[in-house]
Design a protein around this ligand. Structure first.
Ligand SMILES: [Fe+2]
Length: 551
């Protein structure tokens, strides 16, 4: 039997308040990462992984059994301190562990570098250049303008700009890591804060044209192009290091996992267990606290930083500062998908960018479903205005004394506004997380393609004689951190549940059925389209999207 949803009323006010007081103790929180965002003090018992979760993770782990001889031989080589002899040494779990081996075989190619800006682990950094979204003025494009026809088979820079063929990624937020680079196992780490220029080809797929590895142009900070041989290969490697650092600290950990932790705390502290919004969001908020509680970044009681964070490229303080800044500069409303893709100017049908195309479809279906659902409980705005729990939830999300989420409405005047926020929470916990999390093993499980840190200084000239195959290999992490990187991404490459699964009361069931049918139809259409698309992409196919941030 599904729980019947109830709004707060005079009759049960005392009972609901007593329950919520208890929940405020169970979901007590502290501000972490330079006192910026909330994390629970202690994992509540109800948030501990259930049998289904444990079975899913163990099953995934057991699939590594055939790779055991290879894993052991890696460990032995590690103990014997055998040098790495080639990229094949980084295939810890074998080629077959990757969903697409074409990527492994071509990991240094321009084609796969360009593709990753649109379908990789950090695609939300992609921006379209135009007269309303100018290229960064600190990106020195003098040389690129001259070489442009050579790089693009005849096109010129100004016409490409006018025709919205130019795209870019700016990793300026990483400057703190660049200024305070870390060290891992006695080796100095290197990271840069690059600017990357891309060209939209006729197929819609992006092709990289230029990389400036640091923010301020200078003689020792040139712009690399595909005409620069191994210096270009090195520049792409450093851009990949920047991308994975940006993704882990900013896009993934802070702006999904810890943001969702705030949603979980607020929902349990402010909404009674039969509140319609609580019942709707319950499956979308499952498992996240049990994932987040793992010691990945912050120091433990003995003062030891989490190994995952330590392998990334900045020192401890710069990493904490970056996550703090990532949260403070995130605006909930501005990140609603339609506003986000419009602001980044990536909502072009000609561009191969599934997040804008497929993401938009999932967004619209979800928004419509949530609005219909909430209309069942709020037939007029008076009922919404009088719902003290939902108004307290909004205030708590936005308040400095609460979850401190910038841009979260501190009060809901209309059902549409509530639906927009609730629909956005569902989108973040399902489709958005899927598109950021699940490509991790494919694109970063093979460490040479995307290492957590570089271990040689970045090139400072396009004519650098030091850039050879040995340099590129020496720039990579050693075996142990590389295997950990691959292992973490493999281990977290499993799914439980499917978006759209809700066990709501009878009067909401038709809405759920319609929503699921529409998601299924979209999944079928995307499966049918997959053969004709520029590159297979499953991470925004509703049939692959779990119902929560469960890894
Ligand atoms: Fe994740």
């Amino acid at each position: 039997m599904s729980t019947v949803a109830t709004l707060p009323s005079q009759a049960d006010a005392a009972k609901r308040q007593a329950y919520l007081e208890k929940m405020r103790e169970v979901y007590a929180y502290q501000y972490s990462y330079n006192d910026t965002f909330a994390t629970v003090l202690k994992l509540p018992d109800a948030e501990k992984p259930d049998c289904a979760y444990q079975y899913g993770s163990i099953k995934n782990l057991l699939s590594l059994l055939p790779s055991l001889p290879r894993i052991l031989s890696t460990q032995i080589k590690q103990w014997l301190k055998r040098p790495i002899t080639g990229y094949q040494d980084y295939l810890f779990f074998g080629r077959d562990s990757f969903p697409d081996t074409r990527f492994i075989d071509n990991f240094q190619s321009d084609a796969y570098f360009g593709l990753q800006r649109a379908i990789g682990i950090n695609h939300v950094t992609l921006q379209g250049a135009s007269s309303t979204n100018l290229l960064p003025t600190n990106f020195d494009l003098t040389r690129v303008r001259q070489l442009f026809p050579q790089l693009t088979a005849g096109d010129n820079f100004d016409s490409a700009f006018d025709n919205r063929r130019l795209f870019f990624v700016d990793y300026a937020m990483l400057q703190g890591l660049v200024d305070h680079q870390g060290e891992y196992a006695g080796r100095k780490q290197y990271v840069t804060a690059p600017l990357v220029l891309l060209y939209r080809q006729a197929s819609g797929v992006l092709q990289p044209l230029a990389i400036q590895l640091n923010q301020i142009p200078s003689d020792t900070n040139p712009v690399f192009t595909p005409l620069d041989g191994l210096a270009w290969t090195a520049a792409k490697l450093y851009a990949q290091v920047a991308d994975v650092n940006y993704q882990e600290f900013i896009t993934h950990a802070t702006r999904i996992h810890y943001l969702v932790e705030s949603f979980v705390i607020a929902t349990h502290q402010q909404l009674y267990k039969t509140h319609p919004v609580f019942l709707l969001l319950k499956p979308n908020l499952e498992y996240t606290l049990s994932v987040n509680v793992h010691h990945l970044f912050l120091k433990n009681s003995k003062g030891v930083p989490g190994d995952f964070g330590a392998q990334l490229a900045g020192d401890y303080d710069s990493m904490v500062e970056l996550m703090s800044t990532a949260f403070k500069t995130y605006d909930f409303t501005a990140n609603a998908l339609p506003l986000d893709i419009a602001k980044r100017e990536v909502d072009l049908p000609e561009l191969f960018y599934p997040y804008a195309a497929e993401g938009r479809k999932i967004w619209d279906l979800t928004q419509a479903f949530v609005l219909d659902y909430l209309n069942l409980y709020y037939p007029n705005t008076k009922i919404l205005a009088e719902d003290n729990e939902i108004q307290a939830w909004a205030r708590f999300m936005a308040d400095d004394d609460g979850m401190r989420i910038k841009g979260f409405p501190s009060r809901f005047e209309t059902v549409e506004a509530l639906a927009q926020a609730v629909g956005q929470i569902i989108f973040i916990t399902t489709a958005h997380h899927s598109s950021i999390h699940y490509p991790q093993y494919l694109f970063s499980g093979f460490t040479p393609a995307m290492p957590f840190a570089a271990y040689e200084p970045a090139p400072t000239t396009i004519h650098c004689d030091l850039i050879n195959q040995e340099y590129l290999l020496n720039a990579l992490p050693l075996r142990q951190p590389s295997m950990t990187q691959a292992f973490i991404f493999y281990l977290t490459d499993f799914r439980l549940g499917q978006m759209g699964n809700y066990r709501l009361e009878a009067k909401a069931q038709t809405l759920v059925k319609n929503y699921r049918e529409k998601l299924d139809a979209l999944a079928t259409q995307l499966n049918e389209d997959s053969t004709s698309r520029a590159y297979p992409y499953i991470y925004l196919n509703p049939s692959y999207i779990p119902n929560s941030v469960m890894v």
